[in-house]
Design a protein around this ligand. Structure first.
Ligand SMILES: [Zn+2]
Ligand SMILES: [Zn+2]
Length: 274
């Protein structure tokens, strides 16, 4: 299984791609400009026309930028889009963006979608958005889950994610840095709240419970540029894993650059050196 983070932050947006060698790739979120997205895909030897499907987690702009255009990404390249009912009500009724309705697919928490040989399971998550979802993508070589933009990890969600081979997991902020950030108090309260974003400590606690010997790789995502640092986040999660006696590959997704994970790592290295 190959996974790439095209961008991972509130500031630069979020978009992730999953593919297996014999299958077309699928995209999770599209919170980047079309220009950046096309450039990132080209760096992977792909174009937007290769994308088999797009799954949207929620309507916040750092996840949907390439949908909120006069000629949105899926319309331009004819890509089916899967999102929650709440998302589509927002997108189609309130924003008035135009998209071919044959591309619109409603997916609900607990539902499994089969596309291009992948099984994609949606799950709901506590975040201040309209019916927000996370996704587990299962291929023939493993499963990857995308767990970001959530204020806490409810126990049933931890149970669902337990033992997933590849974890893309939010580690948004260090609580002390957030409190000392000088940001407006309502924003701080939102980020720290039960429907906001996961702190490093919350991520570390949750990961230490849901990772198992089957967990191959953990990528910490959606780090705040102002209120976190890769070193602080990695240290917190590493110590949680150590307590649990686990040592999967652990890294941080760069906020605004392409990075490749899973078996795709080897592909990107060989491309870079050829
Ligand atoms: Zn976000
Ligand atoms: Zn959000």
């Amino acid at each position: 299984m190959n996974i790439a983070s095209l961008s991972s932050s509130s500031t630069y947006g979020n978009a992730y791609i999953v593919w297996e060698d014999s299958k077309r790739p699928i995209l999770i979120d599209c919170g980047m400009s079309l220009k950046r997205m096309v450039a990132s895909l080209e760096a992977l030897g792909m174009t937007p026309r290769d994308l088999a499907a797009l799954f949207i987690t929620h309507e916040h702009s750092d996840h949907v930028r390439a949908l909120c255009l006069k000629n949105p990404l899926p319309e331009k390249y004819h890509i089916p889009v899967y999102a929650s009912r709440g998302f589509w009500e927002w997108y189609l009724n309130y924003r008035g963006y135009r998209i071919d309705l044959s591309l619109v697919n409603v997916v609900e928490s607990g539902q499994r979608v089969r596309t291009e040989g992948y099984r994609v399971q949606a799950f709901s998550k506590p975040h201040d958005a309209l019916d927000p979802l996370g996704f587990i993508v299962e291929g023939s070589t493993g499963r990857v889950c995308f767990v970001m933009d959530l204020g806490h990890v409810p126990y049933p969600l931890e149970a669902l994610l337990r033992g997933t081979e590849y974890l893309f997991f939010e580690s948004n902020h260090d609580v002390d840095m957030e409190l000392r950030s000088g940001r407006p108090r309502p924003l701080i309260d939102r980020v720290l709240g039960a429907q906001g974003h996961l702190s490093n400590t919350q991520a570390a606690d949750s990961i230490s419970r849901l990772a198992t010997k089957d967990t191959r790789e953990i990528v910490l995502c959606h780090l705040s540029i102002d209120c976190n640092s890769p070193e602080v986040a990695l240290t917190a999660v590493q110590s949680g894993l150590k307590r649990a006696g686990l040592s999967p590959v652990l890294s941080v997704a760069p906020p605004g650059e392409l990075a490749v994970y899973g078996s795709g790592r080897a592909v990107s290295h060989s491309r870079a050196s050829s």
